[in-house]
Ligand binder design. Structure first.
Ligand code: CDP
Ligand code: CDP
Length: 198
């Protein structure tokens, strides 16, 4: 069985949390595509590589680095993510993953629009910038105002780039999690998927 769930949205909207819960419930494989861009950004900086070369030579060890979830890695990711050749280098891996037998859920920015335009279920998860920054600050600590500024800067860059900008697919279902518990968001997503599978 091939079944693809595409989950897109801005930073810290709850994409990863939702994807992991959906993957567990339906037995789907999960790919966090943001980790690919984070790994490219961190690898390019750490090894002084051109981002395109970093994307083309990405290895599982690069994806297992401990420093991928930092604010700095998020910024580095969104900077390399504007480069079309970087996105192209990561395309086949993501599409192959989406088509694997047994079903797959991918989360990112362009899954429903570019990577898997024919995904059976497309979700666009949002929340206000303040709520999202607060969630990220709870995870990472530091100065909350700075976390908010970084989240906003990254959203701006992601929404305004020419290649695969962050935007909902026309047929995506939008879920605003600003005032929603994780459990309620998971229940809403599982309901949509179960209906699409029936
Ligand atoms: O993957 P993405 O950056 O979109 O977000 P995440 O890592 O899934 O969620 C960011 C943080 O917000 C996590 O600590 C979640 O536990 C939390 N969260 C929440 O408080 N309420 C939700 N409805 C979803 C996520
Ligand atoms: O978890 P969070 O939402 O904070 O970020 P992420 O999903 O790990 O993505 C990090 C950055 O990678 C994003 O800000 C985008 O610039 C880029 N990205 C992208 O361009 N396309 C994707 N499919 C996934 C991430």
């Amino acid at each position: 069985m091939q079944f693809t769930v595409a989950i897109d949205g801005p930073a810290a909207a709850g994409k990863g949390t939702l994807s992991r819960a959906v993957a567990e419930k339906f037995g789907f494989a999960h790919l966090d595509t943001g980790a690919l861009y984070r790994a490219v950004g961190v690898k390019a900086e750490a090894e002084g590589l051109d981002p395109v070369a970093a994307a083309r030579s990405l290895t599982p060890a690069d994806l297992a680095r401990a420093d991928l979830r930092t604010l700095a890695a998020g910024q580095a990711a969104s900077k390399v993510a504007v480069i079309p050749e970087v996105r192209q280098a990561l395309l086949d891996y993501q599409r192959d993953f989406a088509r694997r037998a047994g079903g797959a859920v991918l989360d990112g920015r362009d899954i429903g629009t570019v990577i898997c335009p024919t995904a059976e279920v497309k979700l666009f998860v949002t929340a206000s910038a303040e709520v999202r920054a607060h969630r990220r600050w709870l995870e990472l600590g530091g100065d909350e105002a700075q976390v908010l500024a970084e989240v906003r800067a990254r959203d701006e860059r992601d929404m305004n780039r020419a290649d695969a900008p962050l935007k909902p697919a026309e047929d995506a279902v939008q879920i605003d999690t600003s005032d929603m518990s994780i459990e309620a968001a998971v229940a809403a997503a599982c309901d949509l998927i179960a209906k699409a599978m029936a």
